[in-house]
Design a protein around this ligand. Structure first.
Ligand code: GLV
Ligand code: GLV
Length: 323
């Protein structure tokens, strides 16, 4: 008999087949308590769990007494109670490498679209406002040769630095927990403390996971330290920023603009003040959302679960110490 797994995400047919070659798969809509109740038997027998975005907490784990591995179709895993997984020796697998270049493209998109006001002016064209040659009220600011500040120099930060350095001739500052030698030698990136970065950068790009240390790392104080011409970009996790402080900083002109792919609450409520600010580009968490990359992430997550349940945890494992 094949081991049982719970799938809480829609997979392309070929990947579902790959999963079914190895496991008896019970597919569910989500991991809400009602859903778990409805499929109690399947949850009780599942050794694997695969999906994304839903909360995986103690309450869920208590319904899954034989669970051995979880696999998320994402790089971020702040929705998992990792301590609870560790305490039960349950592996957590994620997809760190396959999305790096795509997320870096998204970051560059935010840099360019905020600086050049792409969304705003395109909307004005659609509204029929382009009736004569354009004047300064349509102009943006340059990106090339401006100073890029990267907060969080992981794989994605590196891929952004590569684009900025070679493609846009941007001097790069970075702040991270550790010095990143390759960033310094390849992209001439300069390590600095957060305050220096905030004071000197024209673009402040936040690419941090959400942890106890990063929650609300950016608040009123940080925005005040930024240049009034600075553009703030966040494509990591929303709660790393105190969103009400960001809104106030934008409203008071403490910073020039913001490009955001992530928010404290997602989907972003339609009445968010962010949506009435012309200098905000708000994207629906599309960092990795291309057909190619989402396919590759799903394939990686399927392989990760197969590997984990076969005791192969040499890569993509958040907590290999539990085996
Ligand atoms: C997306 O935000 C991810 O964590 O993969
Ligand atoms: C994500 O893969 C990162 O390390 O930034």
């Amino acid at each position: 008999m094949k081991p049982s797994v719970i799938l809480y995400k829609t997979l392309p047919d070929d990947l579902l087949q790959r999963l079914e070659d190895h496991f008896t798969v019970t597919q569910v809509k989500n991991l809400h308590p009602e859903t778990v109740e409805q499929h109690a038997e399947a949850f009780a027998h599942a050794v694997g769990l695969l999906g994304s975005s839903e909360k995986v907490d103690v309450a869920l784990l208590e319904k899954m007494p034989v669970l051995r591995a979880t696999s998320t179709v994402s790089v971020g895993y702040d929705n998992f109670d990792v301590d609870a997984l560790n305490a039960r020796n349950i592996l957590l697998m994620h997809t760190p490498t396959v999305l790096t270049e795509t997320v870096a493209d998204t970051l560059m998109t935010l840099v360019l679209s905020t600086a050049r006001r792409v969304v705003e002016v395109a909307e004005r064209v659609k509204a029929g406002e382009w009736t004569k040659s354009i004047g300064p009220d349509w102009f943006g600011v340059d990106v090339h040769h401006k100073t890029l500040g990267i907060v969080g120099m992981g794989r994605i930060g590196m891929a952004l630095a590569q684009r900025a350095h070679f493609g846009f001739n941007m001097p790069i500052l970075y702040h991270a927990r550790r010095r990143h030698e390759a960033a310094e030698t390849r992209f001439n990136a300069r390590y600095c403390d957060l305050d220096t970065l905030l004071q000197e950068a024209d673009f402040v790009c936040l690419i941090l996971p959400l942890t106890d240390e990063t929650r609300h790392l950016f608040g009123a104080e940080q925005f005040k330290k930024m240049k009034s011409s600075a553009i703030f970009i966040n494509a990591g996790r929303g709660p790393v920023v105190d969103e009400s402080a960001l809104i106030a900083a934008l409203q008071q002109g403490e910073i020039h603009a913001a490009g955001l792919d992530v928010f404290e609450k997602e989907p972003l409520p339609v009445d968010s003040p962010l949506l009435s600010l012309p200098n905000v580009v708000a994207l629906p968490h599309i960092g990795s959302a291309t057909h190619e990359t989402r396919y590759n992430m799903a394939a990686t997550a399927v392989d990760n679960l197969i590997d984990a349940l076969n005791g192969k945890v040499d890569k993509n494992c958040v907590n290999p110490q539990v085996v």
